[in-house]
Design a protein around this ligand. Structure first.
Ligand SMILES: Nc1ncnc2c1ncn2[C@@H]1O[C@H](COP(=O)(O)OP(=O)(O)OP(=O)(O)O)[C@@H](O)[C@H]1O
Ligand SMILES: [Mg+2]
Length: 404
């Protein structure tokens, strides 16, 4: 019998705060409870009103604690926003031991070279992820420790975020009464919940379409290749609708989710929908096709930005498994077919699959990040071959310095 471990994850999204608690035993993660609260005080993943954010976190926490009948003392927290940057970097070193066996010290030295780039003081490394090791020019080495060779090189994916952005999220969680065990970039967490090991191995892009941002994570040969954030999401579509048909935001959101589609041409031209007038609340009718034209225009813009990102990374041919879209935006009617047209590759919607739950409502694409935090904590962190010395434990210390 393995040891039972209690886990908690808080996804601080632009439209909702989602807390999940789980119990992990013998490699199985069982969800015990979830808590969902509308997110206030955040814009595109960045805190703009601390007290509102704290209140939203508290509501979500209390609900998750009530459902799971547990008390959450510490949690892993998602981090996003338009300031996040993913960069690839590499480092090389000679193997120094006399018998030619690669030691932890050699690995650390190579990683140190790869992370020695001058960082702007306002930025902080939040992830140092290994893409690949090469020994004497032979790539594809998963863990070089103990192998024989003269020359070691490492390819890393570094994720940086503006220090103030991270600090404000951590402050909000702390002030809601919970310690932050670590922060995880949103799309890395989502990928853990929705992608299969085969998809990561054969080449896939995870596209998490949230309210504020669309977050991309590229995988190939089992490792992360690249990450990117497009500063547009489903909320922009809602705003376009509100503006275009002059409807209250709440109603625009509801229309998008219930009668919206990215294929206006499939809606009969004479079909009408009811909308209230902003201010007076008086009901009037408008064209459903027009609503869908507005949706299509913004959705196409987001998908074209995804296509451009894929093109810039230059990995179209390697993405054998295509694209997996998740997040609330992936539920927009017709988006899979439209994405296939624009991206020219297979697309599927990613529902959280890699966990066990008796609560079916949790298997929703908007929960991917929160549930993925629980998997990330167990799987990815455990696989890290070595942390670069200057940052080893640095995240916690860095956070503690600021939290006190
Ligand atoms: N059925 C649906 N049809 C269309 N859009 C939907 C549907 N359900 C949710 N959405 C949209 O998904 C978006 C919210 O997604 P999600 O909950 O993943 O965002 P978030 O995690 O809070 O935001 P972010 O990741 O940007 O910080 C909203 O714009 C919402 O309108
Ligand atoms: Mg999100």
């Amino acid at each position: 019998m393995g040891k039972k471990q209690f886990l908690a994850g808080i996804d601080v999204g632009t439209t909702k705060i989602c807390t999940t608690c789980a119990q992990s035993e013998n490699g199985t993660t069982e969800i015990l409870g979830t808590g969902l609260a509308p997110s206030r005080g955040l814009k595109k993943g960045v805190v703009v009103n601390l007290s509102e954010t704290i209140d939203s976190v508290k509501v979500s926490l209390e609900e998750a604690e009530r459902h799971s009948q547990t008390s959450i003392e510490s949690a892993f927290v998602s981090i996003g926003g338009a300031f996040i940057r993913g960069i690839n970097s590499s480092g090389e070193t000679e193997v120094r031991s006399k018998n030619g066996e690669i030691t932890n010290e050699d690995i650390r030295r190579a990683v140190r070279v790869a992370t020695s780039a001058d960082l702007n003081d306002d930025y902080q490394i939040i992830h140092t992820l290994t893409r690949d090791f090469s020994v004497d020019g032979h790539a594809g080495v998963v863990n070089p420790l103990g192998m024989n060779g003269k020359h070691l090189s490492v390819a890393l994916h570094l994720v940086l975020n503006a220090s103030a952005v991270v600090q404000n999220i951590v402050n909000a969680i702390n002030k809601a009464g919970v310690l932050v065990s670590g922060v995880v970039m949103q799309q890395l967490a989502s990928a853990e919940a929705v992608l299969s090991a085969d998809e990561k191995e054969l080449g896939t892009v995870l596209v998490d379409i949230g309210g504020g941002t669309t977050d991309l994570a590229f995988y190939n040969q089992g490792s992360i290749w690249h990450s990117e954030v497009i500063p547009a999401g489903g909320d922009l579509i809602t705003k376009d609708i509100a503006f275009g048909i002059k409807a209250p935001l709440k109603e625009a959101e509801q229309l998008k989710c219930t009668v919206g589609s990215v294929f206006p041409e499939s809606v009969p031209i004479e079909e009408l929908i009811e909308v209230s007038e902003v201010g007076s609340g008086q009901l009037r009718t408008t064209s459903r096709r027009q609503l869908c034209q507005i949706i299509q225009a913004r959705c196409d813009e987001i998908l074209k930005a995804v296509a451009e990102a894929i093109q810039q990374v230059g990995v179209q041919k390697e993405l054998i498994m295509g694209v997996v879209i998740t997040g609330g935006g992936s539920l927009l009617d017709g988006i899979v077919d439209r994405a296939e047209q624009i991206l020219g590759m297979p697309v599927r919607v990613g529902y959280p699959i890699n966990l066990v739950s008796h609560q079916h409502s949790a298997f929703h694409p908007a929960y991917s990040t929160s549930l993925g935090l629980l998997k990330y904590t167990q799987d990815v962190r455990g696989q890290v071959v070595v942390d670069p010395e200057p940052h080893r434990g640095g995240m916690k210390n860095w956070l503690m310095e600021r939290i006190g």
